[in-house]
Design a protein around this ligand. Sequence first.
Ligand SMILES: C[S@@+](CC[C@H](N)C(=O)[O-])C[C@H]1O[C@@H](n2cnc3c(N)ncnc32)[C@H](O)[C@@H]1O
Length: 277
Amino acid sequence: MSTGTRRAPRPVTPASVLSHRLGALLRSPDLTPTLRQELQQAYDLAAGLDPYLEEHTSPASPALRDLEERTRAHDWLAPSAGGGALEQEMLSGAVEGQLLKLLVHATRASRVLEIGMFTGYSALAMAEALPPGGRVVACEVNASVADFARDAFTRSPAGARIEVRVGPAQETLRRLAAAGAVFDLVFLDADKAGYLAYLETLLNGRLLAPHSLVCVDNTLMQGDPWTGGPASANGAAIAAFNRAVAADPRLEQVIVPVRDGLTLIRRAGPTPPPPQS
Ligand SMILES: C[S@@+](CC[C@H](N)C(=O)[O-])C[C@H]1O[C@@H](n2cnc3c(N)ncnc32)[C@H](O)[C@@H]1O
């Protein structure tokens, strides 16, 4: 893969979409001074949120910062990089990466599954939090970006704890289930239209340990599920996913409004005994 073309990231969180729109309104010449002042305050509130979260979150490791930098610098429009099918905005980033690390620590997960790896940022973040002997199995359908991630993993000691599985994730899940694999924590971040099917495979395929936590990314989808704007395919898929999860008596869940939304899901019911360490 070649590196080179760099562009500013487009807004992909509800707060950054909001600040982008407020910024455009602020450039209107027709505003009264009062309306301009009100809009400026609304803009400051929205535009400051994501940077404030990042400033007050534990910093990412040098390996993660390097991976983010190299992902941003990469030319994702090059034919060898998929010609635009992948984009730098897919990378979860410092705040969500740190949240995933804390979840791995807090749940004492040692068997982690990622569905949708991209350049490997979230996989590496979770691997950094694993106890000795812990593993991340990371599923990715795009062989080229999987190579990009593998190269990044060689630059960090935590990278040796990541096992990359290339291919459609549903096939990989079926193979893992057939081999008797069980996971303490799953991070679901692949094709949004596949989310419900992935969740069913996880729940029915005996891939989840009794205490397991399933973390699902982009469940706010830039506000599409509740703004009623022009429905994107991803927005419609996430709206359907959120409705189905909320109505599923087997599950207990919360949407954490970090970045583009992270839903945390556990099986409803009594708390199982803690995992053996
Ligand atoms: C949003 S990105 C993942 C970002 C990554 N988790 C991170 O935080 O940096 C989604 C990834 O899922 C991959 N993907 C899409 N459909 C897939 C499938 N059916 N099986 C496996 N991976 C898939 C895409 O190629 C892409 O790299």
